[in-house]
Design a protein around this ligand. Structure first.
Ligand code: B16
Ligand code: MG
Length: 221
């Protein structure tokens, strides 16, 4: 099995797969919405999973029925990000989601190539705070791509940096846009969440404790 896994590339989404930062995104977006005079719900926050910062702001402003200029939007996105960064700066290794650390360790031992494929522009800080950075052979995040999931750019770039064929990649995703991006890139997908919310994934898990190296290997072979 070890020989097989060496030819497999695993590409991990960050927020919602390795760590739970959705709670911090929620608090910061809610603070921004409240500042602008309207509320922001948990259900709305769910819709922002995997969506990049500026697109998230556009959706929130439309929910609040507010229009802003490009310059004002830039300022609002920066304000939200400053609050968000203050929160994630205090993250600890305790905030790594169940099963993530063990799976990364097992994949490393088995010789798999490992990349990050995230929409976040704050991935470096999150990986540093949670002490996960050393697992990754390549990091592709919101700073490195020009298009957002469901476009496959983030995952195709990760595969290229790993020197892997896209058909030998397994993507781990918690957002529908991310699952769609992986499918568009002709990659296998492990959906982290409910099957009804992540149609098209090859397998679904509650968290990464529910899948192991042999099962990942079987997705490709
Ligand atoms: P930032 P992922 C995504 O990360 C989040 O799911 C999404 O809610 C967030 O808006 C996006 O990152 C951008 O984050 O403002 O930190 O650049 O799930 O693709 O790892
Ligand atoms: Mg995610």
């Amino acid at each position: 099995m070890d020989n097989v896994i060496k030819h497999i590339a695993c590409i991990f989404d960050l927020d919602g797969v390795l760590v739970d930062t959705a709670v911090y995104h929620y608090q910061a977006w809610k603070q921004l919405a409240n500042t602008l005079g309207f509320d922001f719900t948990h259900a709305q926050n769910e819709q922002l999973k995997g969506v990049n910062r500026m697109r998230s702001l556009d959706m929130i402003l439309s929910w609040g029925g507010i229009e802003k200029t490009a310059e004002e939007k830039e300022e609002l996105a920066n304000l939200k990000n400053s609050w968000y960064v203050a929160m994630i700066s205090k993250m600890t290794t305790d905030e790594v989601l169940p099963g993530s650390l063990k799976l990364l360790q097992d994949l490393k031992v088995a010789g798999a190539k490992i990349a990050l494929g995230s929409a976040s522009k704050n991935s470096a800080l999150i990986l540093e705070r949670t002490e996960l950075a050393h697992f990754f052979d390549a990091i592709v995040d919101g700073n490195a791509v020009s298009t957002s999931k469901p476009d496959p750019e983030v995952f195709l770039k990760a595969a290229e940096l790993l020197g892997a064929k896209n058909t030998t990649c397994v993507v781990f995703e918690d957002a529908l846009a991310g699952v769609q991006a992986a499918i568009a890139g002709e990659m296998k997908v492990v959906g982290v969440g409910e099957a009804e919310n992540l149609p098209g994934a090859n397998v679904w898990v509650k968290n990464l404790s529910e899948i192991n190296v042999a099962e990942i290997s079987a997705l490709i072979n």
